[in-house]
Ligand binder design. Sequence first.
Ligand code: SAM
Length: 282
Amino acid sequence: MFPAGLRTLVKSHAALQPLYARYRVAKAQRAAQRLTRFLIDARFCPPEQAQAIARDWQSVSEHTQLSQAGILNLETMARYAIDSGIKGAFVECGTWRGGALSFWARAFLRNGGKPQINPLFGFDSFEGMPGVTAEDGTWASEMLHGRPMDALPPEELTGSLKPHAMNAAEEKTCRAIVAASGFPPAHTQIVKGWFQDSLPQWKEKIGPIAVLRLDGDWYESTRTCLENLFDLVVPGGVVIIDDYGYFVGCQKAVNEFLAARGLQPELVTVDVCVRYFIKRAA
Ligand SMILES: C[S@@+](CC[C@H](N)C(=O)[O-])C[C@H]1O[C@@H](n2cnc3c(N)ncnc32)[C@H](O)[C@@H]1O
């Protein structure tokens, strides 16, 4: 185990990179072993399946910010979509490096899903986060600017679609991580652009959605996704909101949207951040 200070030192010296890479592999292996043990002890699935889930998680763990609970939620939802025969896409808005999308694809294929029935879509700026608005609260401001919201000048609170370094990821990295899942490229769409621009153009092309995963963190990002894509989610389909418990702006966007539609779905807690609900027939 590297203490944090030593880790920073090792990471900053090129000659020590191979050592750090070996450490990361060993750490991921230990985490995968712990996850396997947990899945078996918790009777989540039989031992061979537990090992397969942990292997898939190990393959993506450096490329996703999801907790293990968030990852297991994807496993559960992939099985749910397959077992219930829900036709429609898996759509993630906010892919970052593509780890969650790739895990979904792996879980889906491993459980016998058919990509032509449940294709894959990922949307991201691949430039980093857009600006915040007053709705996003001071924690978002701290994350984006390293300063509380009341220390920001008004022009930093307009939600402008100019990229910030936070969560910047390369499109080609995401494509490679998702392709490594083995999900057929013919049924995969990774779309670069701000949701505000890409979703109005793409919503006609996505078709029905089985599982919609919102991971855009901010109020405007979440609101834009719901306004463009919620109506495409089929009855019995799932809406997963990654940041409901973490960013007040995301929570506000979801609450406002549901209230405006007169909907009161049961929000199920996955971890400190993630909630999901099943969309009922209107
Ligand atoms: C927390 S990261 C996503 C993490 C990812 N799902 C994972 O597996 O760890 C949030 C992502 O949302 C994207 N994003 C946020 N708002 C956006 C917007 N309005 N348009 C496009 N991308 C946006 C950012 O570029 C960033 O990659």
